[in-house]
Design a protein around this ligand. Sequence first.
Ligand SMILES: *Cc1c(COP(=O)(O)O)cnc(C)c1O
Length: 226
Amino acid sequence: MIKENIDYINGQIIKHCERVGRSSDEVVLVAVSKTKPMSDIQKAYDCGQNIFGENKVQEIKDKQPKLPKASWHMIGHLQTNKVKYIIDKVDLIHSLDSIKLAQTIEKEAKKHDRIMDVLIQINVAKEESKFGISVNETESFIKKVGSFKHLKIRGLMTIAPYVVDAEENRPIFRKMKEIFIDIQNKNIDNVDMGILSMGMTNDYGVAIEEGATMIRVGTGIFGIRN
Ligand SMILES: *Cc1c(COP(=O)(O)O)cnc(C)c1O
């Protein structure tokens, strides 16, 4: 099933890109493997899927050493005291949402003599339950984080609300794209706005149509989680 699911999603990426005249090369698929066993991850990897997203530090710690050839992304909320466990295991942190976290990533990345790529998580939908920087604070936050030397801002990320009809999230994705372009145009030091991470199993098609360059799909690849 995993192979069929990945083939289907890659087909959908092409379809939604065509609908709005984008090239499907612009969209990267992150397979969200949280709670799933290595055997499933290995199956996906064998189909050519090489980026995996996890939302728990413990799972990255456990899984990354078993498949170090893959690229691992931290997509969930990250506590500062846990940064040290993943700093040498992930290629991208999608969820930078505070200066305190940026400071910790800076410190740990420096220790490892590396530059950590990060996305700024934006709470566009203004959901109280969600982490993320508010739209109004985004620019000043990015300017502050831009001064950190061992951290590179690669783009923005959002988690849209859960909706049955993906169309309901279209305005949120559109707003994200606007903020993305706006920041891009400001040419802020140490900021390279290339990645717009948005869209999950239920709404990635709409997210792609609105400009996502990275989608995070879990259930659609691995099936429902317990
Ligand atoms: C779980 C999760 C996803 C994937 O969700 P699905 O609906 O299973 O595709 C994407 N992004 C984040 C941040 C997640 O925690």
